[in-house]
Design a protein around this ligand. Structure first.
Ligand code: C5P
Length: 232
């Protein structure tokens, strides 16, 4: 990896330039609460890379354009270079997490319709929620691009819901990020149990990063059980 040009290091991934593309390396690091809680969990990077690759391939099969190009090895895949939009796009099907806190409601209620929310990606500000109009007024993206992103997020929600349903897993909510490559908007970043909430349909038990956030058990064991359950 030494001769590759390092581009960026995030909380869970490292990016290197490769020809005109990027190699995305999944670290074993895990963080929560905006980096306040952190650990290195051996084997986590490998599992999340595997799930992400599978999910990007699933999206491509269902006509969602992504940055994914090809799988490289146990911890790395190749992706198109994108300019990430500074937005976290969150889709919720059931109440959980910050949504419950914000509105003072109990968790686990099915929402009347899938809900798309946006947060501004800014660690110093703690990723504040941002309205559609504020996104456009601040010229973070155009109205047309925002509509597109919203539609894609809902499409991704349908694809994921359908996929996880067969394993009796509820998709509670998830976060995705989009980026631009040659003016084309692509699904980027990752889709993994770090960025989604999955619950067992019958027991409502968490199969995702909430296990780490809430100290409910061993995260690598949880993720290993999840990939077995979904036949990966
Ligand atoms: O914390 P909150 O309830 O807003 O999270 C909603 C969803 O977005 C969860 O699935 C969580 O894992 C994901 N998320 C994320 N990265 C963040 C914030 C939330 O992946 N920075």
């Amino acid at each position: 990896v030494n001769e590759l040009k390092f581009i960026y290091e995030g909380k869970a991934k490292k990016l290197f330039e490769y020809e005109n593309n990027v190699l995305i390396y999944y670290k074993d690091d895990v963080t929560a609460f905006n980096g306040e809680k952190k650990d290195n969990l051996i084997g986590k990077g490998k599992i999340n890379k595997k799930i992400s690759v599978f999910m990007f391939e699933l999206m491509e099969k269902n006509n969602v354009k992504t940055h994914f190009i090809k799988d490289i090895d146990e911890t790395t895949f190749l992706a198109k270079k994108v300019e990430i939009m500074p937005l976290e796009v969150i889709v919720r099907n059931y109440t959980a997490g910050s949504f419950c806190k914000r509105y003072g409601i109990e968790k686990g209620k099915k929402l009347k319709m899938p809900l798309v929310e946006f947060s501004l990606k800014n660690d110093d500000l703690g990723d504040p929620m941002i309205s559609d109009d504020a996104i456009i007024a601040l010229d973070i993206c155009s109205k047309k691009d925002l509509e597109h992103i919203k539609n894609e997020a809902l499409k991704i929600n349908n694809i994921l819901n359908n996929y996880f349903k067969q394993f009796d897993i509820l998709l509670v909510d998830f976060k995705v990020e989009f980026g631009k490559n040659n003016n084309e908007i692509l699904l980027a970043d990752e889709i993994s149990p770090d960025t989604c909430r999955f619950w067992d349909k019958n027991t409502m038990e968490s199969l995702d990063k909430d296990v780490y956030r809430e100290g409910k058990g061993d995260l690598v064991d949880t993720y290993t059980a999840l990939i077995r359950r979904i036949n990966l």
